[in-house]
Design a protein around this ligand. Structure first.
Ligand code: FMN
Length: 357
């Protein structure tokens, strides 16, 4: 099956790449992604000076990564003189170079990184002002596509997009880690990692999809890279359907292992087929014509039950309106039912229909 994506004159064998982070730090990691089945490679965020990161800096649960990492701990000279020339020589796929953070950094950095980059991705995670000036300083030093990476704590995210496009950016990467947050480690009677940590992984996927979907609605023609919580092939399709052209993943591979990238690429054809599509490009086209359901377009029906119902009783226990009860079958009190959809979404047998579907 054709998983390829054409974007900005570049050919990607499939839409998945790593996201800037510890898995893309240094030569060995960059080589891993150059050689695996991902369609695109991405560097850790490079700044002039290597970051000094307080350790420990990463902790995980089954669906969330907490971190207080910064940008690359390697000096930019190591990237420019050793890592990037080697990857460039061995190059098998387009390379996105992530860079940060200040206008003055970019005037020096961008010309030196430029020969190795197909696309620049600019982290704005620690940027408080001068967004337009930052983009202009990059644009003055490269003709390559510039993707500005949106952090989820930016409230006016559509304003962010408009500002960076007006200043010369090409596209958007959405989103960076969510936060700041705090996690408590009761066992050690302390905060986990640091007082200010950032969250990522499957728990943040709806926020990432929200930004991708709404940016795509407001800016139908710009390139968008979706990232945040991807962990399986279906997630990739959700992001493409919501509006992404390419996608990235980090935390799910930190939680489960980096073999996950190849697994997702391998699982993509079956997932595409399962949902009735024939290629990634088709999903990109179809989404333009799709009219998404809104509360006004639902029919406001109570739940109906099909033969798969095995009377497990979960819907009865969870109904927030107390509208379901058990007899020989599940009885729906249509007066009490508030048509919320929770029962249908939670049914383990896929036996409920009519509210959401
Ligand atoms: C440990 C860690 C380090 C990260 N470092 C960077 C970074 O250097 N630059 C950057 O733009 N984003 C960085 N991120 C954010 C990720 O690239 C990504 O945007 C975010 O984690 C959401 O994707 P995910 O849920 O697939 O991890 C980091 C995330 C984690 C967990």
């Amino acid at each position: 099956m054709d998983l390829s994506v054409s974007l900005l004159g570049l050919h990607f064998k499939n839409p998945l790449g790593p996201s800037a982070g510890p898995l893309t730090e240094g030569l060995e990691n960059m080589r891993f992604f150059n050689n695996n089945t991902c369609g695109v490679n991405v560097s850790k965020t490079i700044s002039i000076e290597g970051a000094i990161v307080a350790k420990p800096c990463i902790a995980g649960t089954s669906n969330t990564i907490y971190n207080c990492e910064l940008w690359s701990e390697l000096h930019s000279d190591v990237w420019i003189n050793e890592i990037l020339p080697t990857i460039h020589k061995e190059k098998k796929k387009p390379l996105i170079i992530s860079a940060g953070y200040l206008e003055e950094d970019f005037r020096t950095l961008i010309p030196e990184l430029d020969p190795f980059a197909d696309i620049f991705e600019i982290s704005t995670h620690y940027v408080k002002d001068n967004l337009a000036g930052i983009v202009q300083s990059i644009r003055e030093n490269t003709d390559k596509p510039i993707f500005m990476k949106l952090s989820p704590h930016v409230d006016d995210y559509l304003g962010f997009v408009q500002t960076v496009l007006d200043a010369g950016a090409t596209g958007i990467v959405a989103i960076n880690s969510l936060g700041p947050g705090t996690a408590i480690d009761l066992e050690n009677r302390s905060v986990l990692l640091a007082e200010e940590i950032w969250m990522s992984g499957p728990a943040i996927k709806p926020i990432a999809l929200h930004r991708v979907y709404h940016i795509r609605k407001a800016f139908p023609d710009i390139p968008i890279i979706g990232v945040g919580g991807i962990g399986k092939a279906e997630d990739v399709l959700e992001f493409i359907f919501a509006g992404a052209d390419l996608v990235q993943m980090l935390s799910s591979a930190l939680i489960k292992g980096r073999h996950l990238y190849d697994k997702i690429v391998k699982d993509l054809p079956a997932a595409i087929e399962k949902y009735g599509f024939s290629s990634i490009e088709e999903i990109r086209k179809v989404r333009k014509e799709t009219i998404f359901k809104t509360p006004e377009t639902f029919e406001n029906n109570p739940p109906s039950f099909n033969k798969r119902c095995n009377m497990c009783g979960l819907c009865v226990r969870i109904c927030p309106a107390g509208a379901l009860s058990e007899s020989d079958t599940i009885i729906v009190d249509k007066e009490k039912c508030i048509r919320c959809g929770l029962c249908e979404s939670r049914c383990p047998q896929d036996a409920i229909y009519g509210v959401l579907s």
